[in-house]
Design a protein around this ligand. Structure first.
Ligand code: PMV
Length: 318
């Protein structure tokens, strides 16, 4: 650690899986992209012990006190904050007041924990005057993200750090290929509370794959074909095909049993309001859906909000 500053900042976008979730756990490719919404971090020195404020997470906001004399709280945010302070050797040297804010909801599959990790590391690095290359940032972000998700695949923070659309193949080591999007995607994201965790949804699909191996393999292979065709359509900027493929991918996720009644309602509302395609993004069991809505983005977003679902209009581009 070198010189500290009076006022430092960091930021990171959220992410969406455009195609291929769940099948990616079974060895097939997936495509994910950075959102235009994300989190911003402001770091200031403070005379009392270090503290993290996230006003929009939780009904009364989320506050983590990192008093070095006290045990760290047992929740992932407290542990990750304490670990981030350790990474920059801030404990016992100087105390920081950190505020994280932005229109990214917690725990619905929009990469909130990776955006939290990356923006926090960027803010603390700026505060300490440390220049981080992508490799260091990736390593530190992976460490913090693992506090939330166990050993994560790395897809979320790779997309978030590179701030672009990536085709991911879960080989050893994982392969990431940039997908140059031909034309920016107006994507509405809407969400509902999750009925189970990512782990629950992944284990539901694993149970199905064990009970029906041949049929499940066919579904995973079909999702892989959707991903390959989608990469071409994304490069060509072919909205009609991208929309069709989103609808097909949603149907295949439904066949895997991870689409909830609320997910289906959001998808129906989006399509009825003019979206070319809509699907679950991420693990399902509730959580987020995405809708491709060129020329109808505001209408789709407003109909979802009027039906009681929080929603944002994003613009995904390279
Ligand atoms: O909803 P999220 O962001 O946790 O995404 C989960 C994606 C899965 O394919 C279901 C699991 C995984 O590890 O890839």
């Amino acid at each position: 650690m070198t010189q500290v500053r009076n006022h430092s900042v960091g930021a990171a976008p959220g992410k969406v899986i455009l195609f291929g979730e769940h099948a990616v756990v079974h060895g097939r490719p997936a495509v994910a992209a950075a959102l235009s919404h994300g989190l911003g971090v402001v770091v200031r020195p403070t005379a009392s012990h270090s503290r993290l404020n996230i006003p929009r997470w939780g009904r009364n906001g989320l506050v983590v006190e990192a008093d070095p004399k006290k045990e760290v709280g047992n929740d992932a945010v407290s542990k990750a904050f304490r670990r981030a302070l350790d990474l920059f050797e801030l404990h016992n040297k100087t105390s920081v007041d950190v505020t994280i804010d932005g229109e990214l909801p917690l725990g619905v599959g929009l990469g909130s924990s990776a955006a939290f990790s990356v923006s926090l590391i960027r803010g603390l690095a700026d505060y300490c005057g440390v220049r981080l290359n992508d490799e260091n940032l990736r390593r530190n972000a992976h460490e913090l993200e693992s506090i939330f998700h166990g050993n994560s695949s790395g897809l979320d923070h790779s997309v978030i750090i590179q701030n672009e659309c990536l085709r991911f193949h879960p080989r050893k080591p994982p392969q990431y290929q940039p997908v140059k999007i031909g034309i920016g995607l107006p994507i509405v994201v809407a969400w509902t509370p999750r009925l189970g965790t990512t782990k629950d949804a992944v284990s539901h699909v694993a149970t199905l794959a064990k009970a029906q191996p041949a049929l499940s393999d066919q579904i995973f292979d079909t999702i892989a074909s959707v991903v390959d065709r989608a990469c071409e359509a994304l490069k060509e900027g072919d909205f009609t095909t991208i929309g069709q493929l989103m609808n097909m991918n949603h149907g295949l996720l439904s066949a895997l049993g991870v689409v909830s009644v609320e997910n289906d309602k959001m998808v129906s509302i989006a399509r009825a309001a003019g979206a070319l395609g809509a699907k679950v993004t991420g693990a399902g069991f509730g959580g987020a859906v995405i809708a491709l809505a060129p020329g109808a983005g505001e209408r789709v977003r407003d109909r979802l909000i009027a039906s009681g679902y929080p929603a944002l209009l994003n613009f995904i581009q390279n």
